[in-house]
Design a protein around this ligand. Structure first.
Ligand SMILES: [Fe+2]
Ligand SMILES: [Fe+2]
Length: 282
């Protein structure tokens, strides 16, 4: 075991109780890669959790999915934004909300990370589209979950989280601030959690490599998509801590997708940060 793994082990041992998947999350996870799962069975599953239904409907009504008649039920949402999107959103929300917390000192940071994650999911879809080929079918959920390690840090290591924010606000990259305070990053902690939860390999890879996609050995395009989506979100002040980058742009990600900096700039210019998040939080 190298020093880094030891540090990670020491950190995660301080988590009093590993958050477990809700039964809805667990069942949706079982369906996420299963193209035989029917619309009805997934809709039925989601309906068991009214909080998830509400969130899925607010996503389906949000401006980035285009205007139109208000979406009032899940079947209409499936018609509008597609079955796979509904399934991904519901799973992503059910995993993210495991870390929701009403305690005031966690809530604002949770909200920011959630907004950022959601923005990265949406932008990842746009980048995959722009790259001109089916990069992966679950861009959205991969984007949504890429920073789940940050939710762990915020919830279980709140004092460290505050110190990381202080370091970050001095102007360094987020991952460097985490290295300074914890000795590991949210990517290490996120991968640990994803492994415990048995999340699919593509999600694990996106969590671990999204700051340096050139090092990915599998799912390279998915990782590249999330990396670029993360960069775009942060450039538009939709970062997990507000303004400022987590990490530098890895140009290898553009090459991996056959994209140019101009392509990225165009996607960036189309983002309307306020529209992106205003409808998601009451
Ligand atoms: Fe990150
Ligand atoms: Fe991120």
């Amino acid at each position: 075991m190298d020093a880094r793994e030891k540090t990670l082990r020491v950190i995660v041992q301080k988590i009093p109780k590993l958050p477990t998947l809700t039964s809805v999350a667990e069942k949706l996870l079982g369906m996420v890669d299963d193209d035989r799962s029917s619309v009805d069975s997934v809709v039925h599953m989601i309906e068991q959790d009214p909080a998830i239904v509400a969130k899925v409907l607010s996503f389906a009504n949000a401006a980035f999915y285009g205007a139109g008649q208000p979406i009032l039920n899940l079947n209409d949402a499936v018609m509008k934004i597609g079955f796979k999107n509904i399934r991904s959103i519901a799973l992503g929300i059910s995993l993210m909300t495991i870390f929701a917390d009403n305690k005031e000192r966690y809530a604002e940071a949770y909200r920011k990370i959630f907004c950022h994650s959601f923005a990265v999911g949406v932008i990842a879809n746009q980048i995959a589209d722009r790259a001109g080929h089916e990069v992966l079918h679950e861009e959205f959920i991969v984007g949504l979950l890429h920073d789940i390690g940050q939710l762990v840090i915020n919830k279980y290591f709140n004092e460290d989280y505050v110190r990381i924010m202080d370091e970050f606000q001095k102007g360094c990259f987020l991952v460097d601030a985490e290295e300074t305070v914890l000795g590991v990053t949210h990517a290490d902690i996120g991968l640990w959690l994803a492994d415990k939860w048995n999340l699919p390999a593509v999600i694990q890879d996106a969590i671990y490599y999204h700051h340096h996609p050139r090092d990915a050995v599998r799912n390279k395009k998915a990782v590249a998509v999330v990396h670029l989506a993360n960069v775009v979100a942060e450039r538009r002040a939709l970062g997990p801590l507000g303004a400022g980058p987590s990490n530098p742009l890895d140009y290898a990600a553009l090459d991996m997708l056959g994209m140019t900096e101009q392509d990225l700039a165009q996607i960036e210019a189309q983002i309307d940060p306020e529209a992106l998040v205003s409808e998601l939080f009451d």
